[in-house]
Ligand binder design. Structure first.
Ligand code: NA7
Length: 282
């Protein structure tokens, strides 16, 4: 079985590396080709075009930024759906709107391509460790075919139902992530205003019932006031926007959505989502 991997960003590189380490025959394509260098050193083969990748591979993974990127890759002039894909399996691991997942599944079906939406919870650390939480929508048989690979990428791969179940669950878990990081930031700033240092407050949170691996994991970054992207703020802003577009009443997420959008407009998009703290400090 030959695997094609499309998208070598912050998440795509470590995830594809894990498939290589597990011994899979991995072919890669990225819009910016030179980002493939670390994977080629590990034994990946680089395809000169999307068409070549599709031709060479049986199962096609995508891990790219957003709805527009996934649509270009699938439905663009030289995209997946214009190639000979009949009988192959596509697994989109990007976080996109459930509506887009359903659209892609329908378009794929027309040309005989099987499709799973399989976004992940967890950022660069879990991607490196292979401990992501993977949420899958699509046919049971297709899920079972992808599972040996998903098991190398995550600690759990849950089949949740038909196409778009994965992307729906992903928006839900990231709703909580966005609210949590906004809430931690407000808590730290509130405490600081009342004379409790950030270090003291992080320690208290960590020891308390609301302490989580997420908050403990961000502590060093907060104390250093340095926010290299484990999960880019621009992607958090995108996910909260997509959640809002679902039209469900989510008052706290609405507030977080406005906050991340302002931070994005303020130029913090490439930093980690924890840089929402810096935005709120201003
Ligand atoms: P990154 O690090 O921003 O990487 C994004 C990837 O998507 C990267 O490979 C990009 O290629 C690719 N991309 C973006 N736009 C396009 C278009 N238009 N065509 C082709 N390829 C494109 O994101 P992460 O790895 O952190 O996150 C990936 C997903 O997981 C995202 O949905 C998150 O919300 C969760 P480039 O290298 O720029 O040429």
């Amino acid at each position: 079985m030959k695997i094609g991997w499309i998208g070598l960003g912050n998440m795509g590189i470590p995830m594809a590396s894990n498939l290589l380490a597990a011994g899979f025959d991995l072919h890669v394509w990225n819009r910016t080709p030179n980002k493939a260098a670390p994977l080629l050193a590990l034994g990946a083969k680089q395809s000169a075009s999307l068409a070549q990748l599709v031709d060479e591979c049986d199962i096609l993974f995508t891990m790219v930024s957003d709805d527009d990127a996934v649509k270009v890759i699938y439905t663009g002039a030289n995209g997946l759906l214009s190639a000979a894909v009949k009988g192959k399996l596509a697994v989109d691991m990007s976080t996109i709107a459930p509506e887009t997942s359903r659209f892609l599944a329908e378009q794929a079906k027309k040309v005989g391509l099987r499709f799973l939406d399989a976004p992940v919870s967890g950022s660069v650390g879990p991607a490196k460790e292979g401990t992501l939480v993977i949420m899958v929508g699509g046919e049971q048989a297709d899920y079972e075919e992808a599972k040996p690979m998903l098991d190398k990428l995550g600690k759990v791969a849950l089949h949740l139902g038909p196409n778009s179940s994965g992307t729906s669950a992903k928006l839900a878990i990231n709703l909580l992530l966005g609210i949590t990081v906004q809430g931690v930031s407000e808590t730290l700033l509130f405490a600081r205003s009342l004379g409790i240092s950030t270090e003291q407050m992080l320690n208290i949170i960590s020891e308390s019932a609301v302490g989580t691996p997420l908050i403990r994991g961000k502590a060093a970054s907060i104390l250093a006031d340095d926010f290299p992207a484990a999960f880019a703020l621009k992607h958090m802003a995108k996910d909260l926007r997509l959640a809002k577009e679902a039209g469900v009443s989510t008052p706290m997420a609405d507030t977080a959505n406005a906050s991340y959008r302002q931070a994005l407009e303020g130029g913090l998009g490439e930093m980690d989502l924890m840089a929402i703290l810096r935005h709120l400090e201003q």
